[in-house]
Ligand binder design. Structure first.
Ligand code: NAD
Ligand code: UD1
Length: 334
């Protein structure tokens, strides 16, 4: 199958590209490198022995996108391109709506023009807002608490309208829980930002000694040890979930939503212990005030994905930590 990955040079897209290439599919990566780098291509090639087609362009360049879909006889699109920092989205809402929402409108136009009507969208558990019950199933009411989350909700609504307008469309929105870990080679992983916001990349920097200590945001939540509980899912499990969804879609026209999570929640302190064990390094921490906007616990009911796709996460927390650590060390040694 010829598959185009918008944002395919990013953290999740690059892992999905590897999974698709290794399964014998043709992959076209379409990315403006806003949050990634050209060197990813060589790393994908080193792992798979194949260099995918790469188009450096913005998804808002509708004509370029249409031409790419046509020239490469693309059969399906996986749509990863987007801005994803929650805090930044509150500072720059217009940029987030322009990139994420306008970008998706452009993609829908290009796909209509090129008559490509299969789409897998990268959504997030953030569309459930503050959990009213746990685990979160796909029927949980939707809400947004920040512009990033709202951009995902707007996009889901647009894609749903599109699927209803024409029975030839098949669209699935995958709601990721907390992607973590890296490819087992240590060649691909989450691109480090100056000071990471997310727990796993932050811990990795503490373990190397680049950052002094982890601030644990709150230990007075109504959870077993008082710290926040999340559903961390290995990025390679996520990648396999995308491939399963892509082929399932071939038999299922219309609009669909699906959680990609493990169903298992871990607290911040459990994560600290697991990372220290995997790395063999201490992860010093101190208890800090709660972070604004955080919820006590958030984890998936992954049953629909298991039932529909026959997919479930296979890799455990130890593998997530070990692979993230391997990637971090590889970054240090170059
Ligand atoms: P990432 O930033 O590593 O990858 C996104 C890629 O999209 C980058 O390579 C970036 O250069 C590209 N991009 C951004 N805007 C673009 C544009 N206008 N045109 C072309 N390319 C553009 O992020 P990721 O972690 O791989 O996330 C991929 C998707 O999954 C995003 O839509 C994100 O919102 C969603 N998601 C991520 C997480 C997570 O924790 N990583 C959780 C839930 C949902
Ligand atoms: C955040 C985003 C979410 C996004 C996800 C993955 C918010 C409110 N939500 O989720 O939309 O989909 O990232 O990119 O930002 N923690 C610490 N110390 C730290 C960092 C985190 O204690 O330095 C704790 C948090 O309080 C939380 C857990 O670790 O309990 C996980 O945090 P994080 O990795 O940032 O993910 P989420 O907040 O779940």
């Amino acid at each position: 199958m010829n598959v185009l990955l918008t944002g395919g040079m990013g953290y999740i897209g690059s892992h999905v590209a590897v999974t698709l290439l290794q399964a014998g599919h043709r992959v076209i990566l379409y990315d403006n490198l806003r949050n990634s780098e050209a060197g990813i291509l060589a790393r994908i090639a080193k792992i798979t022995g194949q260099t995918p087609v790469f188009i450096q362009a913005d998804i808002r360049a509708t004509k370029t996108l249409t031409d790419t879909l046509q020239q490469h006889t693309v059969e399906a699109v996986l749509h990863f391109a987007g801005l994803k920092a929650v805090g930044e989205s509150a500072q720059k809402p217009v940029e987030y709506y322009a990139n994420n929402v306008e970008g998706t409108i452009s993609l829908m136009q290009a796909m209509q023009e090129a008559e490509v009507r299969s789409l897998v969208f990268s959504s997030s558990a953030t569309v459930y807002g503050e959990p009213r019950y746990l685990p979160l199933d796909e029927a949980h009411p939707l809400a947004a608490t920040n512009p990033y989350g709202r951009s995902k909700l707007h996009i889901e609504e647009m894609l749903r309208d599109l699927s209803i307008s024409d029975p030839l469309w098949r669209v699935i929105s995958l709601r990721y829980f907390n992607p973590a870990g890296a490819h087992e080679s240590g060649l691909l992983g989450e691109k480090p930002v100056a000071v990471p916001n997310n727990l796993m990349p932050y811990m990795a920097r503490v373990a190397t000694g680049e950052l002094k200590e982890l601030s644990v945001f709150g230990n007075d939540y109504p959870t077993p040890d008082g710290t926040g509980v999340r559903d961390y899912i290995h990025v390679m499990d996520l990648a396999e979930g995308h491939m399963a969804a892509l082929f399932w879609l071939a038999e299922h026209p219309g609009w669909h939503t699906l959680n990609l999570g493990t169903g298992q929640g871990y607290s911040v302190l459990e994560m600290v212990a697991a990372f220290a064990k995997a790395s063999g390094r201490a992860v010093p921490y101190r208890i800090a005030p709660r972070r604004k906007g955080d919820v006590a616990a958030c984890y998936a009911d992954p049953e629909k994905a298991r039932r529909e796709l026959g997919w479930q996460a296979r890799r455990d927390l130890a593998e997530m930590c070990a692979s993230a650590w391997k990637f971090q060390k590889q970054l240090q040694t170059g």
